[in-house]
Ligand binder design. Structure first.
Ligand code: KG4
Ligand code: ZN
Length: 340
């Protein structure tokens, strides 16, 4: 007799995207994101506005996720939500909604760590995508994080390297701001880089011990480089946009690859999985794919929709926790900062 499937509703609201997903075991039935365009006008996420937009969006997004999945709420086995890390006001909207919904339906509540979810997104069932085997190394690169994590098991993870200042997503977004692009500029740098020469301009890589990263010096270096050139040639950015983007992206990829090579050498693990919004970057995806042949690594690159913030990744962690009956009481609290 086949076992009864588990249906999980997942909510993600850690930053500026309100997301809901419905999973049937490890399969995603629906995965919706309401993006908040309001922040573009301010060149970054405004926490107060993000919380308000979450409040407006959460009910319709959840209703739509259930409808799209064709699952009635009475069939749900549990509600999973992002506990942290993230913006407190944003997290509170998701957690309060999840608590109320779970209490009304009399089903368990599951708290999920957003960064673990970026890593475990690789365990979603997807045709054409392999799942990593333990242990593997995860490179989590987002607007708030840059980490190399040794993943021993679903909930046994160890951060072996991380940024000492800015996250890699900030390096992309701050460079984009210097170039006059709207927020978040990471995807635009990626787009322009495709037409440019990655060796047009040389930027120096920061010297950071071990497996840690630093991106704030690079940002300053780029700022001075642009200011100096614009002073002599006011159209410098406009005329060299593609080459500037390709060169900046190239140095960022080199920094990430140097540390990954060191991590592989130190741990003896050559399975690499990437996660987080910046892993949507075409250059990073291509370089990692090439590393399979070049260094004999096995690399795992998630489906595009599971890279930037989404609720399907919260749902897959929810499913794993459901199997372990790892539930929370209604007094569970949101955490702006949270380790593994
Ligand atoms: O994981 P995420 O959606 O949100 C956070 O938890 O931070 O990551 C957002 C970050 C932003 O910095 C955005 O510019 C960056 O991911 N990003 C990209 C690309 N797509 C998103 N950076 C470079 N290339 C991309 N294609
Ligand atoms: Zn994220």
């Amino acid at each position: 007799m086949s076992k009864e499937p588990i249906y999980i509703l997942a909510i993600e609201s850690s930053c500026d995207d309100t997301a809901a997903a419905v999973l049937k075991d490890e399969c995603v039935l629906s995965n919706l994101v309401a993006r908040q365009s309001i922040h573009e006008e301010f060149g970054g996420v405004v926490p107060e506005l993000a919380s308000r937009a979450h409040q407006q969006n959460i009910v319709p997004v959840v209703e739509m996720a259930l409808r799209k999945a064709g699952v009635d709420k009475s069939k749900l086995h549990a509600i999973a939500f992002t506990q942290g890390p993230g913006l407190m006001g944003s997290l509170l909207v998701g957690s309060s909604f999840a608590k109320s919904f779970a209490m009304a339906l009399k089903i368990p509540l599951i708290a999920v760590n957003h960064m673990q979810a970026h890593i475990l997104a690789h365990f979603i069932d997807e045709v054409g995508f392999d799942k990593p085997t333990f242990p593997f190394l995860a490179l989590t690169i987002s607007g708030g994080h840059t980490q190399i994590v040794k993943v021993n098991d679903f909930f046994d993870m160890e951060i072996i390297g991380e940024t000492t200042d800015d996250a890699v997503g900030e390096a992309f977004d701050k460079t984009a701001k210097i170039l006059g692009f709207p927020y978040p500029g990471g995807p635009l740098i990626d787009q322009f880089a495709k037409e440019g020469n990655p060796k047009a301009y040389a930027f120096t890589k920061p010297k950071v011990e071990g497996l840690n990263f630093s991106f704030s010096g690079l940002k300053t270096q780029i700022l001075y480089f642009i200011q100096k050139n614009v002073a002599f040639h006011p159209n410098f950015i406009e005329e060299n946009k593609a080459d500037i983007c390709a060169s900046v992206q190239n140095v960022i990829i080199q920094i990430l690859m140097d540390k990954l090579k060191l991590a592989v050498a130190q741990t003896g693990i050559n399975q690499i999985a990437i996660g987080g919004g910046v892993s949507a970057n075409t250059g990073i995806r291509k370089t990692l794919k090439e590393a399979e042949e070049k260094y004999g690594w096995k690399t795992y690159i998630p489906k595009f929709e599971y890279t930037t913030d989404n609720a399907a990744m919260i749902g897959i962690v929810g499913y794993q926790k459901y199997l372990k009956q790892h539930f929370e009481s209604a007094s569970v609290v949101s955490k702006a900062r949270i380790e593994f």
